[in-house]
Design a protein around this ligand. Structure first.
Ligand SMILES: CC(C)(COP(=O)(O)OP(=O)(O)OC[C@H]1O[C@@H](n2cnc3c(N)ncnc32)[C@H](O)[C@@H]1OP(=O)(O)O)[C@@H](O)C(=O)NCCC(=O)NCCS
Length: 180
């Protein structure tokens, strides 16, 4: 990873930059990149609900959740968010930890930032959950699935993730909480 990039916990005053980075990375990845044909109104509703500044401020203050950013001279290049599990799997409980998001800006992908943030998040998840670790990932996102598999995650199920009224087909990944 580049020496001038700092991995640190997110602060409330990161909300504006996190909002812009999240919005941009969602569009770059799923709309421009994978070409998922979200209806415009569903996409707009999802972006506001998930990446709006107000929503981000609330999410940053969520009890039991944690956020990390990759910061280069005040520019946020990537972020990760973990917290109590919300994935709909019969074995999954809220006391388990879930990686909710791992987003690296398009311009900074392939530099090791995703791996660095993932390692940081997994350490926290191991320490703050009392069971397996969980991740939801889009079924077509092979690059992310390969990264998670390299860190011990295996497919445990499927579910549908709402983007407005549109439903994405997602995989549920699981790793035993005690795995290395
Ligand atoms: C998936 C993602 C988190 C990976 O982070 P990254 O910083 O780009 O990846 P890293 O540099 O840490 O590399 C991780 C692995 O991916 C591989 N990789 C990097 N760029 C790649 C590319 N363009 N295509 C395929 N594999 C690639 C690397 O070789 C590395 O594997 P290795 O450890 O076996 O060498 C990042 O690309 C991303 O945020 N993508 C968009 C959003 C997303 O899909 N998030 C995850 C699901 S929510």
């Amino acid at each position: 990873m580049a020496a001038d990039v700092l991995i640190r916990s997110a602060r409330p005053d990161d909300a504006g930059a996190l909002s812009r980075l999240g919005r941009r990375t969602f569009i770059d990845t799923f709309v421009t990149g994978f070409g998922i044909p979200y209806p415009q109104s569903d996409l707009a509703a999802h972006l506001d609900k998930t990446f709006g500044v107000e929503a981000t401020l609330v999410a940053l203050a969520e009890p039991g959740a944690a956020w990390w950013v990759a910061d280069r001279d005040g520019d946020l290049l990537a972020f990760a968010n973990a917290g109590p599990n919300g994935l709909p799997h019969p074995d999954a409980k809220p006391s388990h930890a879930e990686l909710r998001r791992l987003y690296v800006d398009k311009s900074a992908q392939g530099l090791g930032l995703g791996t660095a943030l993932l390692i940081r998040a997994l350490d926290w998840m191991q320490a703050n959950g009392d069971g397996p670790l969980w991740i939801g990932v889009w079924s077509g996102n092979l690059k992310a699935q390969k990264l998670y598999a390299a860190h011990g995650f295996e497919k445990a199920g499927e579910y549908q993730y709402p983007v407005g009224a549109w439903l994405d087909e997602e995989f549920i990944l699981r790793r035993d909480g005690r795995a290395g």
